[in-house]
Design a protein around this ligand. Structure first.
Ligand code: PLP
Length: 340
């Protein structure tokens, strides 16, 4: 479909403004020399309030819905270093909403990284230690937290984990259009686009957007958490529901999801990896750009490994989508800085 028609379909839906679009697509000259092919980075790291990140694009649609429905409180949850929870708290403040954040772990002695920022924002943090969670029960957890939040705070707008919903993913359909246009203008149509996948909402939006546009960009999601049961199926399902929402009927198939599942998700969700820390230091030292240790560092390490193994072709340009997460750098200082 025409870019203009997709833009129009997106513009018709309620959206608040959190992101300064378009985000820059920057060349990485020293990495390009190292890898012997053009390398770029799409800067979705600084977007939105309080140190930003990819969730800002999702929250533009989610908070518009909350405001339109007259809610005064929003509730969500995540791991202790959830960037999504922190950005929800910051964006809620911007629109005069009260944010409640749920964590299924004991309150840490010191609040670091994202938790420290939540505290500065005056977000209500609820630490409810709960044994369970994990790969099999995440979608059920959405339901449970919703119930729990009703009990604790009354009427609230519930935002699923990671802002993963049809409304949230619309933000990344919008980003797909933006990146498609930037890549075309820069002559990078055949590039690989590499992105970290946690809940898969970002990947689903990009995939749906590129598909509808008939974009030649080659998308590759890197599962960094192994969080979800039947991850490809759930991403295909989300992309199909997005189609219905935008009245662009298309059935997305689980066996076509551009995702490398589990391979780079070690040691576990929310835990830095040696390869990720190494990649983080490499990009910092080559280009002066910081990644985070639990999403983008791991995805960047995966990209380097895939290049070394010849799994991303040989000459195609690479576009790394930087999805943010920087506050977590200050929660893992021991591991991040201990590798040489
Ligand atoms: C910094 C960062 N990058 C990537 C992701 C993955 O996004 P998604 O949950 O949409 O897959 C997240 C959140 O989960 C994140 O916080």
């Amino acid at each position: 479909m025409e870019a203009q028609a997709l833009k129009q379909a997106l513009d018709e839906l309620p959206r608040v403004s959190l992101v300064n679009e378009p985000t820059p697509l920057e060349p990485l000259p020293r990495l390009s020399a190292e890898l012997n092919r053009p390398c770029y980075i799409k800067r979705d790291d600084g977007i939105g309030p309080a140190m930003g990140g990819n969730k800002a694009r999702k929250l533009e649609y989610l908070l518009a819905d909350a405001l339109q429905k007259g809610y005064k409180k929003v509730a969500t949850y995540g791991g202790l270093q959830s960037n999504h929870a922190r950005l929800t708290a910051a964006a809620a403040r911007k629109f005069g909403l009260e944010a409640h954040l749920f964590y299924f772990e004991p309150r840490p002695e010191t609040l670091k990284g994202n938790l420290l920022i939540n505290q500065l924002l005056g977000a209500q943090m609820h630490f409810i230690p709960y044994v369970g969670g994990g790969r099999r029960s995440l979608s059920a957890a959405d339901f449970l937290v919703h119930q729990l939040a009703s009990l604790h705070i009354g009427r609230h707008y519930f935002i699923p984990v990671g802002g993963r919903s049809v409304l949230g993913s619309l933000g990344y359909v919008r980003a797909a259009l933006e990146l498609h246009q930037q890549a075309t203008a820069a002559g990078l149509e055949n590039a690989w686009v590499i992105v970290a996948a946690g809940t898969g909402g970002t990947l689903a939006g990009l995939w749906a957007g590129f598909t509808w546009l008939g974009s030649p960009l080659r998308l590759m999601g890197i599962d960094v958490g192994a969080l979800w049961k039947d991850f490809p199926r759930s991403i295909a399902h989300l992309a199909t529901r997005l189609s219905a929402r935008l009245k662009l009927p298309h059935k997305f198939a689980a066996n076509e999801v551009p995702l490398i599942e589990s391979e780079y998700a070690t040691p576990a969700y929310g835990m830095p990896s040696k390869a990720g820390n190494h990649a983080l230091q490499l990009l910092a030292r080559l280009e002066g750009i910081l990644l985070d240790p639990i999403y983008t560092g791991k995805a960047f390490a995966a990209m380097l490994d895939l290049v070394a193994k010849g799994r991303l072709g040989t000459q195609e340009p690479l576009i790394f989508l930087h999805t943010g997460g920087l506050p977590a750098l200050f929660a893992f200082e021991d591991t991040v800085y201990s590798t040489p």
